[in-house]
Every structure is written in structure tokens, then in C-alpha cells.
Ligand binder design. Structure first.
Ligand SMILES: Nc1ncnc2c1ncn2[C@@H]1O[C@H](COP(=O)(O)OP(=O)(O)OP(=O)(O)O)[C@@H](O)[C@H]1O
Length: 356
């Protein structure tokens, strides 16, 4: 496989809209923060140390057991990629915004199916990420745990009996685990219930984040919910708690959808068809507006109001229209206005094809 393939595909398979509860849950993610003993954390380490970490991790994944279970992995230094290619990896959620803050001596290791991504020298030496479609937190944990065990055969992790895994930020000490689900919650937003739910979730020690994680806002009614506590709870318990809350939110979203359909069917249909109209006919559209309209259409599909489109089509479009991917397809840099025009054109074409 080549990184060229990864940056030429707009959507990873895990983000296409399959998996359990896929009408609401886009994806599940497990990430483990790990550091190598005897080295300073990335924000204070020397260039030479950063380079040694890159090589150590590269060697650790280069073995038959890893290949057998996860297929061929590719190691890519961020400096080897163009700015647009780096941005595409971010748009696909394969790397975090933080990894791009300083690209020197930073790298990512990717599996061919893009379900495994290991960021090197981000906030911690290693950030192991495992993505699966739909609600599959336990399955993602098992796979991430397996990667961790395989790497631990060669890497000497910074670990202390009392505190667990040591991490650059104290909020990750212990398990170093963040489990999260990406949820599509349009009905809770339309019904004005989302703020109460966010407050309730925060009181349970969970975080609600935007589409690109910490410090980013929710677009297209997509919300990321994750654990905040990493210390004093076993991994399985953290995951069980998040699963319980995720299931409750899924039920609430389903009830809100059913209530909207029952009590406000005309308004709901009007909203969904207006959004479809904008997507079908606009000549310029920003990412944010497009995502909001696509979210309405996705809701229409889930409720059976629109039946010639699929969730998969919408999930794909949601990724295809991102700024970096548009520029990659056009093979040139574009101004914001050019991107808005091109985005509208691509959506129109897709809509025509899909509505046939
Ligand atoms: N369930 C998910 N599905 C898809 N992408 C996700 C999911 N959860 C998180 N991400 C993506 O992972 C990246 C990092 O998110 P976030 O900042 O929440 O992660 P983190 O690794 O826990 O970071 P930190 O420890 O710095 O808070 C973002 O691009 C985010 O969109």
C-alpha cells in the first residue's frame, strides 16, 4: 500500500456508515497514550531523542505477528507529505490537529484498511488509535489492546505500578485510554434537548467534543463523546460506562426522531426537502452549510422520508467535500471561494446521480 492511496480515498471504510447502530453511531475509537521509558516527553525532548523514538517505533511494528494481524503497515514522516496531504489525513481523522502543530520529527503509522493509526511524537511518544464502524467499542478495545501488547514486546513503556502508564498530561495517566463514539444527533438538536444532554453527560465524567476532537466545534450535528477519567478505573469499566451512556443517548435520539416525525411531520419534511433543494441547486456552499444540510438529509433517510438515497452516500459526501480533499481532486491550490463553488458543483452532480 502507499500513502498516495490513503490520501486519494476520501473516506476510510470505517467511516462509511456500516456497523451496529449505524443510523446514529458513525464510528467508535480507542486511543492509547504511551511513552518510552528513559526519554523526555515530546514537548521537551531533543531532536535526536525524537528521531530515536521514531526509529524504535518503526522497528517495533516491523514484525510478522503485527503484519499477520493488522496487514502491512506504512510508516510516514509528516515532513514527507505535502500540506494538502497532511490535511487530508486530518480530515479523515487518521491524525489529530495537535500532530500538525509542529511536523518536525513526527510520523504516523497506518494500516492498509486505515483502522489502525499510530501517531508518533504527538503529545505522547505514541498515540495508538483504533477505529471501527458503528458502535463497537469493546471490539475496538480488543484490537487496540492487541497492538499495544505486540509493541510492548519490543518497546520499554514508561509504567509505574502505582500510577499505571505515565503520560505527558496528567489527565491521561493510568490507562492512557480514551474511548469515544461519534454520534449523529440531529433530532436532539432540532428538539432543543442537546444542551441538557451535554450537561448531564459532563456530570457523569464524560466529555462531549466537536467533530475534530478537543477544542473543535460540532458540525453537521456530529458529536464525539468520550471518557475523561483515565486513572483508577480498569479499561473494561471505562468502556462499559461509555457504552451504557452511548446507548442511552442513542435511545433518546431515536425517541426525539419518532416524536418529531409524529408531532411535526410537515415541518420536518419541509426542513429536509429544503436542505435537499439547497444541496441540489446551490452554486456556492461552505463546508459548514453543506454539512448541516447533509445532516438533515441523513435524518430524512433514517426516517424513511427520503428513500432513493442511502446513509452511506451521505457519509461519503460529508468527507468528499472537505477543503483539502477538494484541492487534492483538483490537483491545485484553491481560494475559499473557488472551493465553495467546486463543493457545490460536486454535491449537485452527486445529488443528480443519487436521485435517479
Ligand atoms: N469516535 C470517533 N470517530 C472518528 N474520529 C474520532 C472519534 N473520536 C475521536 N476522533 C478523532 O480523533 C482526533 C483526536 O480527538 P481528541 O482530541 O478527542 O482525542 P485525544 O486523542 O483523546 O486527545 P487529547 O488527549 O489531546 O484530548 C480528532 O480528529 C477526532 O475527530
Amino acid at each position: 500500500m502507499s500513502i498516495e492511496k490513503t490520501v486519494s480515498r476520501p473516506v476510510s471504510n470505517w467511516a462509511k456508515g456500516d456497523g451496529p447502530e449505524s443510523d446514529i453511531v458513525i464510528s467508535s475509537r480507542i486511543r492509547l497514550a504511551r511513552n518510552i521509558s528513559g526519554y523526555a516527553f515530546p514537548h521537551t525532548m531533543s531532536n535526536q531523542a525524537a528521531d530515536e523514538i521514531l526509529n524504535a517505533v518503526r522497528l517495533a511494528v516491523d514484525n510478522d505477528e503485527v503484519r499477520q494481524e493488522f496487514g502491512p503497515l506504512e510508516f510516514v514522516r509528516l515532513e514527507e507529505l505535502s500540506p494538502v496531504e497532511r490535511q487530508i489525513l486530518l480530515e479523515k481523522h487518521l491524525i489529530s490537529p495537535q500532530l500538525l502543530e509542529d511536523i518536525k520529527n513526527r510520523a504516523v503509522i497506518l494500516s492498509e484498511d486505515e483502522s489502525l493509526s499510530i501517531m508518533i511524537n504527538e503529545e505522547d511518544h505514541l498515540r495508538i488509535q483504533l477505529f471501527l464502524p458503528g458502535l463497537q467499542l469493546e471490539e475496538a478495545w480488543q484490537k487496540a489492546n492487541r497492538v499495544d501488547d505486540l509493541l510492548e514486546k519490543t518497546l520499554d513503556y514508561a509504567f509505574c505500578e502505582q500510577r499505571g502508564y505515565l503520560t505527558a498530561c496528567p489527565t491521561n495517566v493510568g490507562t492512557g485510554l480514551r474511548a469515544s463514539v461519534m454520534l449523529h444527533l440531529p433530532a436532539l438538536v432540532i428538539a432543543g434537548q442537546i444542551n441538557n444532554i451535554i450537561t448531564a453527560i459532563s456530570q457523569l465524567g464524560l466529555a462531549v467534543r466537536g467533530y475534530y476532537g478537543e477544542g473543535t466545534k460540532a458540525v453537521g450535528h456530529l458529536f464525539q463523546i468520550s471518557n475523561q477519567i483515565t486513572l483508577g478505573q480498569a479499561e473494561e469499566e471505562i468502556i462499559r460506562n461509555l457504552l451504557t451512556v452511548a446507548r442511552q443517548i442513542i435511545n433518546q435520539e431515536r425517541s426525539a426522531r419518532a416524536a418529531l416525525y409524529k408531532n411535526n411531520k410537515s415541518q420536518l419534511e419541509d426542513k429536509i426537502f429544503r436542505s435537499l433543494g439547497i444541496l441540489s441547486y446551490s452554486r456556492m456552499i461552505t463546508t459548514e452549510e453543506a454539512l448541516t444540510m447533509l445532516s438533515d438529509v441523513r435524518l430524512g433517510i433514517a426516517l424513511g422520508i427520503l428513500d432513493n438515497l442511502t446513509q452511506r452516500d451521505i457519509n461519503e459526501l460529508m468527507m468528499l467535500i472537505r477543503p483539502a480533499f477538494l484541492q487534492k481532486m483538483a490537483a491545485r491550490e484553491m481560494t475559499a471561494q473557488e472551493r465553495d463553488t467546486e463543493r457545490a458543483r460536486i454535491i449537485r452532480l452527486r445529488m443528480e446521480k443519487l436521485k435517479k
